[in-house]
Design a protein around this ligand. Structure first.
Ligand code: SF4
Ligand code: SF4
Length: 167
């Protein structure tokens, strides 16, 4: 289903438009991906990067472009994005598992080491994951950055923690 029909981004689409890091790059270390595909006037991701790895330029309605060779995977851009559209992916440390770091703006009780459900871009539970890191900084206000370790085949799909619907 197309993006306009489903409203849900896909890895395939991001690859098609050149906005997704290569497998080779993800195996070299953590790297940011801006899953931002609407031309809106917005650029805090650009100024948040201490390594100048994100470029939007003078026309702030252009899509962000990550120079993956400059990105260290530090994650500073994750809470800077008000659209919750920036993630850091890492497939470098194991053949079995990798990690996804994402913004999280709900209340939570989980802790590092907990096993939780991992959700894809549509919110569907796709696998289990282990919480590896939880970062709350004053600068990020109340946007927590969570790093979740998941089976490596799911790194391209997992983008949050699964939340059960309350009936
Ligand atoms: S992860 Fe760090 S180095 Fe990479 S784009 Fe984001 S802020 Fe820049
Ligand atoms: S801050 Fe987020 S929404 Fe704004 S341009 Fe950057 S990635 Fe897109």
């Amino acid at each position: 289903m197309s993006l306009s029909a489903s409203g849900v981004l896909t890895t395939e689409y991001l690859k098609e438009i050149g906005k997704y890091p290569s497998e080779e790059r993800m195996k070299q270390g953590p790297v940011a991906v801006c899953e931002c595909v609407e031309k809106i006037p917005c650029n805090p991701c650009e100024s948040s990067c201490p390594f100048h790895a994100i470029t939007i330029g003078e026309n702030i309605s252009e899509l962000p472009c990550v120079t993956w060779g400059k990105c260290t995977g530090c994650g500073s851009c994750i809470p800077a994005c008000s659209g919750l559209a920036v993630f850091v992916l890492n497939k470098s440390y194991s053949d079995e598992v990798g990690s996804v770091a994402f913004p999280y703006e709900y209340n939570y009780t989980f802790q590092v080491g907990d096993v939780v459900g991992a959700a894809d871009r549509s919110g569907k539970r796709v696998c289990d994951g282990v919480i590896k890191r939880i970062v709350n900084t004053k600068k990020a206000d109340r946007t927590t950055v969570v790093t979740l370790e998941v089976p490596i085949a799911f790194v391209d799909e997992v983008r949050s923690i699964y939340r059960e619907r309350r009936s």
